[in-house]
Structures are given as structure tokens and as C-alpha cells.
Design a protein around this ligand. Structure first.
Ligand SMILES: Cc1cc2nc3c(=O)[nH]c(=O)nc-3n(C[C@H](O)[C@H](O)[C@H](O)COP(=O)(O)OP(=O)(O)OC[C@H]3O[C@@H](n4cnc5c(N)ncnc54)[C@H](O)[C@@H]3O)c2cc1C
Length: 384
């Protein structure tokens, strides 16, 4: 494995790091309060090309490989989680289905605007009765002439209110279970589409999560993504490929927590000396740093495996499971090191603690990741 970054990628890493420090960190409190991302941040991200990191250069994107995408995701994760989720859902699950399975026509139609960030992407799999058991979805798609007619409701969809292009899973053959699901590209302007309830969440402010309602929604036949009845495979591939990126965002957030904790532990004096001089605090910091390094190593190992075209089902599940659980443990210790101040809204710690929690749930819960890992072990053994 060679994680030596190209000069171009190193420059991009530094550019995004600087953007996060100079422009995102100062606006975090505003994002938290208003639950929206300021236009100037969106415009800056457009200028930097970050909406197009997953999109091939021929469509105006940066065409980064998975290691490159993780480098960017890690830096954005060190910033504001809601902003990183908006971008991560667009560049990950919102875009990758079109890149992986879209026809030349669909790629040409959607990817240039998605690379610019003038069209935002979303991925709609989950429904009220189909969460972890995603193949139990009930939204239907029936062919009528040159259109597909979609009926059903998706919920908990990231970027739902602002997305223009939604990769949507629907049942096309109810007799075949997961093998009767197809993927469609639905535009928010198609007749019969509307955004439903926008959820109020524990954290991740600035990233919006909503219902999407398909009421005799008319989708042109050419907007079938991939082959009919093979949409669930597309969905699983999209989710597996996104796991390293989500892990990278978690690692970035852990780095931020480490920085905040080290500074606070040096500055805070109790019993006449900085609290960092206590072994209890040092051991928490040592565990946090060790786990963050381990999550980082696993993330880039998996990203590298993706780039080599290796089978990453087990590795991606392990990486998402481990990095998200490390993030929650690190955030918990960060609150502890800050004592009462860790519980106060004056500092970013309590927000990061709340933001961490979702990573063990979305894009497959920790339990689902363990199910995937165990299934791979039962099928293949513990092979390398
Ligand atoms: C903020 C947010 C953003 C999201 N964004 C998107 C998005 O963009 N697109 C999208 O399609 N979805 C999205 N989701 C949905 C998310 O992927 C689901 O919430 C998640 O997969 C869990 O499904 P569920 O909420 O229905 O929980 P459930 O499936 O009801 O699970 C409840 C609990 O039971 C456990 N459980 C379930 N089955 C088993 C089992 N067999 N063995 C052991 N434990 C089990 C789960 O692990 C969990 O702990 C989002 C969710 C949230 C909260």
C-alpha cells in the first residue's frame, strides 16, 4: 500500500484544511443557530470544485480516486458535520450511482451540473417500513408507455429538500423481493414529486433530512438507472463505496476533538496545575489518539482497496463500524475532559458529541455492519 499523496492532492488537502479553519469554523455557531449553510460557503465549495470530487473530469468533476475523496472528506469532517454531511451525501451516495451505473445519456445530462454544485444529489432508499431491512421497500414503479409511474414515500433522506436529482429505489417486480427493485433518477421538477416533512434532528444542523413523496410521479423511461430489477445491487454498491468516505469524516471530527482537548487540558488549571498533568486525563488522550489513528489507518486501507478494484464488502463494513464507534467514544471522552464546559453550548464540544451519534445509524447501523461482516466471515472465513 502506498499512501504517498501526489503534489496535487497534498495541495488540495492544504487548501481544504485552510478553508475549514478560516471560513467554516468561524461560521459553525451561525450554522447551528440557523440550521442552514451560508451562501458564501456553498459558493466557495463550488469554486474549489468540491461538489465534483467523485465525478469524472470529462463531465467537469475532479475525478478523484477513493483515497483522494477520503483526504477531502477527512478535512471537511474536521469542520462542521452538517456541512460535511450535505457535501458527503451529494458527492457520495447522491452521485456515485450515476457514475457507476448511469448510461452515457444520463451521465451527460446530470453530471456536469452536479459537478458544479448547481444540481444537488440525494439517495432515496429508506422508507417508514424499510430501514435496516431496506429490501422491504414499498414504493412502486409501473411502466406506462414511455414513462415509469412511481408511487410511495421515502423518509429520512439527506438533502431531500434541496436535491434536484434523486437516485430512488422502487419495486418493479413485487414477486422477486430484492431482485425486483430498480433504481431511477428522479428530478424534483417531475410531475407528482414533492418534498414532505423536514425532520427536526438531534444534531447535524445545516444538513436537512426529509420525506419525499411520489404521487403518480412521472419519470421518463430513460431515467432508469442501470438495468431493470437490478437496482438493489446498485444501492448496495453505492452504500459500500460510501462507507470509507463516512469513516474519513468521522476521523476528521476526531482530529478536531483531539486538538480542542489538548488545548483545554493544557489551559485548565485545577488543584494548582493544568489538568493534563493528571494521568487520568493523559490516559484518555492516549486512548483517543490511538483509536483515531487506528480508524484512520483502516479508512485509508479500505480506500486503497477500493482503488485497486478489490472486493471491499467486509472492509467497508468494518471501517464504517469502527470509525463511527471511535468517533462516539472520542466525543464522549472530549466532554469528560472539558468537565462542565463540555456540556455547555459556549464550546463546540457538546455539538460535536451530538453530531457524532448519527454516524452509528445512517448508511447502515452498527448492527447491520456487524451482520455484513459476520456474513462475509461465514462465507469466506477470515481470509486476506
Ligand atoms: C439523519 C439521517 C439521515 C439519513 N439519510 C438517508 C439518506 O440520505 N438516504 C436513505 O435512504 N436513508 C437515509 N437515512 C436512513 C438510515 O439509513 C436509516 O435510519 C438506518 O438504515 C436505520 O434504519 P431505521 O431508522 O429504520 O432503523 P431500524 O431498521 O428500525 O432499526 C432499529 C434498531 O434495530 C436494529 N436492528 C434492525 N434489524 C436488526 C437485526 N436484524 N439484527 C440486529 N439489530 C437489528 C438496528 O440496528 C437499530 O439499532 C438517514 C437517517 C438519518 C437519521
Amino acid at each position: 500500500m502506498d499512501f504517498k499523496l501526489s503534489d496535487e492532492l497534498k495541495l488540495m488537502q492544504l487548501t481544504v484544511r485552510e478553508f475549514v479553519e478560516k471560513e467554516v469554523h468561524p461560521k459553525e455557531a451561525q450554522i447551528e443557530e440557523k440550521d442552514s449553510i451560508p451562501d458564501e460557503l456553498i459558493n466557495k465549495v463550488r469554486q474549489l470544485g468540491l461538489f465534483g470530487i467523485s465525478i469524472p473530469e470529462k463531465y467537469g468533476g475532479l475525478g478523484l480516486d477513493m483515497v483522494g475523496k477520503c483526504i477531502i472528506a477527512e478535512e471537511l469532517g474536521r469542520g462542521c458535520a452538517g456541512f460535511a454531511a450535505l457535501l458527503g451525501s451529494h458527492t457520495g451516495i447522491g452521485t456515485s450511482g450515476i457514475v457507476m451505473a448511469g448510461s452515457d445519456f444520463l451521465q451527460g445530462k446530470y453530471l456536469p451540473a452536479m459537478a458544479e454544485g448547481t444540481k444537488i444529489g440525494a439517495f432515496a432508499l429508506t422508507e417508514p417500513d424499510a430501514g435496516s431491512d431496506a429490501s422491504a421497500l414499498k414504493t412502486t414503479a409501473v411502466k406506462k408507455g414511455d414513462r415509469w409511474i412511481l408511487n410511495g414515500t421515502k423518509h429520512f433522506i439527506t438533502n431531500g429538500p434541496e436535491a434536484s436529482v434523486i437516485t430512488t429505489m422502487a419495486v418493479t417486480d413485487p414477486s422477486r423481493g430484492a431482485k425486483g427493485i430498480s433504481a431511477f433518477l428522479v428530478e424534483n421538477t417531475f410531475p407528482g414529486f414533492k418534498v414532505g416533512t423536514v425532520e427536526k434532528k438531534m444534531g447535524l444542523r445545516g444538513s436537512h433530512t426529509s420525506e419525499l413523496i411520489f404521487d403518480d410521479c412521472e419519470v421518463p423511461e430513460e431515467n432508469l438507472l442501470g438495468k431493470e430489477n437490478e437496482g438493489f445491487i446498485v444501492a448496495l454498491r453505492v452504500l459500500a463505496s460510501g462507507r470509507a468516505g463516512l469513516a474519513a469524516r468521522s476521523v476528521g471530527a476526531c482530529r478536531r476533538l483531539m486538538e480542542l482537548c489538548l488545548r483545554y487540558a493544557h489551559e485548565r488549571v485545577q488543584f494548582g496545575r493544568p489538568i493534563i498533568e493528571n494521568q487520568a486525563i493523559q490516559w484518555m488522550l492516549a486512548d483517543m489518539a490511538t483509536e483515531t489513528e487506528a480508524a484512520r489507518a483502516l479508512t485509508y486501507q479500505t480506500a486503497w482497496q477500493v482503488d485497486q478494484g478489490m472486493d471491499i464488502i467486509r472492509a467497508a463494513a468494518m471501517t464504517k463500524l469502527f470509525a463511527s464507534e471511535v468517533y462516539c467514544r472520542v466525543a464522549d471522552k472530549a466532554v469528560q475532559i472539558h468537565g462542565g464546559m463540555g456540556y455547555m453550548k459556549e464550546l463546540p464540544i457538546e455539538r460535536i458529541y451530538r453530531d457524532a451519534r448519527i454516524t452509528r445509524i445512517y448508511e447502515g447501523t452498527s448492527e447491520v455492519q456487524r451482520m455484513v461482516i459476520a456474513a462475509q466471515l461465514m462465507k469466506n472465513g477470515f481470509t486476506f
